[in-house]
Design a protein. Structure first.
Length: 622
């Protein structure tokens, strides 16, 4: 057995040092440069002259530029990302600090034109460009705003979309309908990023997407009422949806993108730039600024509850007492963040009461399964002190199991395949909330290891069935919210074991064999962000701390004796704990394949601590 005490003690000490006074951990939720670029453009458009913030954001953007002039979403992303490069180029120009003749901007422009120009940008970037007068709105809206009036019984309706999709779609419906655009005296001219001047086909709807429009339009025509009145009612409903889902800090659902879109949607409806709702929304997203390596980053949201729940659990798994002041402060914080209000989740889950936890520090109406099980793990040893909080959390989790037997992230049964036909890029990520291996596996792991439920309970039988039916041919599982197959396989294997499946089960053996087959020579594991786009495992070519920890924790869970693969992995993990290189900054989470990746700064501490602690506890004396 390898002695892991020194590594565990170092990790505990690091986490103790980084805890905030309120008991939480506010490690950054870093999502690339998109939010930084949009912040600059928003401030310039609103004519809010926060010059220090704008200048520092431009410095951060330029510090990430590649030698060929492009920007990337992740280290091994070929020669660059076109959409990211367009957004960075636009923001730098609009900042007013860099002219088009700047050699760095000239290099970026050369890359953009070589990749097909602005017409090849992602559709969400095109929406933003259209809002700010740099792109022509399409002749007809891809989604009529009257969609929001369609009843729940209609095959596609507003609540067919995931909560994340609705939060962004509501303002987009208004903006498309109004064909709103706004420019200022400082607006740059991006017309030289077009290879051809004609934009008419720049939104690229296919024939089957047009057929779906026709279907939606037919449903709209069947609504009772005069067209003009229905149109007015739809706009009012979309506006009220936004206003009714504003969090205490002024943001829409505490997301940068939806808040950003809401601001422009309200402007299109006649709100003034100095309206209190708009000013509070701007300040809300500004408050999510986090300094990383001396430069500001506009976080997409905060990950405070997620960080705190995972860390509280990891510390206790490492032997830190629930009575330790560090753990007590963390759990007190978590108790204050349990949701007491109904959110949109009740639409598809009307028979449950609130009891979940959300992701961000200010989230009050959008709980998710992952944060709820993580928070319950952390408070599990003191659950008797607040039985109501524990029971309501358990009941909410169990009520969220989908009809297909798996668990989603935010909302039950929000996985209509019709939605994938909509003309929205990456719609399966943006608009759907399907059952997935990471959520299903971790929920089973929690219910199996932290509750007294019988393994014969149907909640286990159904969850296990979903995992066994959704294993990949190579033995892995796809993880929706992490990178990617290592993440899903870890969750699935630990979940199956907690649900009472034996280590000798063919699916478990196949998963273990796959993990063995992808172990790196240095003993660690690593996976590329390309995996989620290609829908197959792509090796990173290097090992990372979280990937190694996930693989190790899965292997430790399914074996009674330490194997050579486990020993090699533990040796790598202990040697790499303090390393600082590109692998420690590499994204380990994802929100949208090919477009949105997340670097959780906390993961390099949380998951090694869990893996090392489980190794020590299980194999002590081996």
């Amino acid at each position: 057995m390898i002695n892991t005490n020194k590594g565990i003690d170092w990790l505990i000490g690091k986490l103790r040092k980084d805890q905030s006074p309120d008991g939480s951990w506010s490690y950054p939720f870093e999502t690339g440069l998109s939010t930084d670029t949009y912040m600059i453009i928003l401030l310039r458009t609103m004519e809010l002259h926060d010059e220090e913030l704008i200048r520092m954001l431009t410095e951060r953007i330029l510090s990430r530029q590649e030698k060929n002039g492009a920007w990337k979403l992740y280290y091994d992303e070929g020669d660059g990302n076109l959409t990211a490069t367009i957004e960075c180029y636009y923001a730098l120009l609009y900042s007013g600090y860099y002219p088009k003749e700047d050699k760095r901007l000239l290099a970026a422009k050369k890359f953009i034109l070589a990749k097909g120009g602005i017409k090849e940008a992602g559709i969400y970037s095109k929406v933003f460009l259209a809002i700010t007068g740099q792109y022509k709105w399409p002749a007809f809206s891809p989604l009529p705003i009257e969609l929001i009036l369609l009843p729940l019984q209609f095959p596609i309706n507003f609540y067919s979309f995931s909560v994340f999709g609705r939060a962004n779609i509501a303002p987009i419906l208004i903006l498309f309908d109004k064909k709103f655009s706004i420019q200022t005296k400082k607006s740059p001219d991006l017309s030289d990023l077009y290879i051809h001047s004609d934009q008419d086909e720049g939104w690229g709807y296919s024939s089957h997407e047009r057929n779906l429009f026709d279907s939606i339009e037919e449903g709209v025509k069947n609504l009772l009422g005069l067209p003009d009145e229905l149109h007015r009612l739809a706009i009012e409903r979309a506006k009220n949806y936004m206003l009714n889902h504003i969090e205490p800090d002024g943001t829409l659902y505490s997301y940068f993108s939806s808040t950003h879109l809401m601001i422009f949607a309200l402007l299109s409806l006649g709100y003034k730039k100095n309206d209190p709702i708009i000013i509070k929304a701007v300040n809300g997203i500004k408050s999510m600024k986090f300094e990383i390596n001396g430069k500001p980053h506009m976080q997409y949201t905060t990950a405070t509850v997620w960080n705190t729940s995972l860390i509280g659990y990891a510390l206790q798994a490492a032997g830190v007492s629930p009575n330790d002041p560090m753990v007590q402060r963390a759990n007190r914080y978590l108790f204050t963040r349990q949701h007491q209000k109904f959110g949109d989740w009740v639409i598809h889950n009307p028979n449950s009461l609130p009891g979940g936890w959300g992701f961000s520090n200010v989230n009050t109406i959008n709980p998710d399964v992952d944060d709820t099980t993580a928070s319950l793990r952390s408070i599990s040893r003191i659950s008797a002190q607040n039985r109501q909080a524990w029971d309501s959390g358990i009941n909410w989790i169990m009520s969220m199991q989908n009809d297909d037997d798996g668990w989603p992230a935010f909302e039950k049964n929000t996985n209509s395949k019709l939605v994938e036909w909509l003309p929205l890029e990456k719609s399966e990520f943006f608009l759907l909330d399907p059952s997935c291996a990471d959520l299903t596996g971790r929920t089973l792991e929690f219910l199996g290891n932290y509750t007294n439920l019988s393994r014969n309970h149907e909640v286990f039988r159904k969850g296990v069935r979903w995992l066994l039916n959704n294993q990949e041919k190579d033995g892995s599982w796809y993880g929706r919210w992490g990178i990617c197959y290592i993440y899903g396989t870890w969750a699935a294997l630990t979940g199956l074991m907690a649900a009472g499946i034996s280590a000798g089960h063919p699916s478990v053996k196949k998963g273990v064999k796959w993990l063995h087959s992808i172990q790196n020579e240095d003993g660690g594991w690593g996976e590329s962000c390309k995996s989620d786009d290609k829908k197959e495992y792509v090796p990173l070519g290097a090992s990372t701390l979280p990937h190694t920890s996930w693989a190790l924790d899965a292997l430790i869970t399914v074996t009674d004796q330490p194997t050579k693969e486990i020993h090699k992995g533990i040796t790598y993990l202990l040697a790499a704990l303090k390393k600082e290189d590109w692998t420690t900054d590499y994204p380990k989470g994802q929100g949208m394949a090919g477009a949105f990746y997340i670097h959780y700064h906390s993961y390099r501490y949380i998951f090694p601590l869990i893996a090392l602690s489980h190794y020590q506890k299980k194999f002590a004396g081996a």
